[in-house]
Design a protein around this ligand. Structure first.
Ligand code: SF4
Ligand code: SF4
Length: 182
């Protein structure tokens, strides 16, 4: 008798195909979560999120704050003994959530990503002051982090004028190609 297969692909398979990796390789050693600098603020730690993917908990995973709070530092990826690229997995899940129109729990974070990319697109590299201006306008958080901004400025981490790189045209081409999906 022919085996009855469920229609469509499972969430686990969808994640594996989108990210080109095999999430089943994770054996829950928790090394990723122990090293993650923002795990304390996440609703699910990185290893918990992976277990949830294995269990097919699509709605919970894509609506989690974890995927947006991840700072893409890649500590988890470096620590994983099974070569699960957890940082890239977070990217994959963010893209899936956006494509499916899932409301973002950490609403300001996509605005930060957009402000960062706009800044790079314009000057070829990030111009912190301009990026902060765009972000503050979009999120209407004008007075939040004032002290931090002042400290960064005093330590020379924020330039008044933007630095422009020579290969700006090439950077613009990268953005164009990304938009076309190349
Ligand atoms: S890449 Fe993200 S999930 Fe991994 S350690 Fe850094 S912040 Fe945590
Ligand atoms: S470090 Fe790798 S194997 Fe260990 S829990 Fe994290 S993803 Fe899974």
């Amino acid at each position: 008798m022919e085996a009855i297969r469920p229609k469509g692909i499972s969430f686990l398979e969808e994640v594996n195909r989108s990210g080109k990796q095999i999430i089943q390789h994770c054996y829950q050693c928790q090394k990723c979560s122990v090293g993650c600098p923002v795990a304390y603020a996440m609703d699910y730690s990185p290893n918990q999120l992976i277990r949830m993917i294995q269990y097919g908990m699509k709605d919970e995973v894509l609506a989690s704050s974890t995927i947006w709070l991840c700072a893409s530092c890649e500590t988890c990826t470096t620590r994983c003994p099974n070569e699960v690229d957890v940082a890239q997995l977070m990217d994959t899940l963010r893209q899936m959530a956006l494509k499916k129109g899932i409301p973002v729990k950490e609403r300001d974070i996509p605005e930060f990503h957009k402000a960062f990319l706009t800044s790079v697109k314009m000057g070829g590299r990030v111009y912190e002051l301009g990026m902060m201006g765009i972000y503050k306008l979009k999120t209407r958080t004008f007075f939040k982090d004032m002290q931090l901004g002042r400290d960064m400025f005093n330590r020379g981490k924020i330039n008044i004028l933007p630095h422009r790189i020579r290969g700006r045209k090439e950077i613009k081409d990268i953005f164009k190609n990304a938009k076309r999906g190349r």
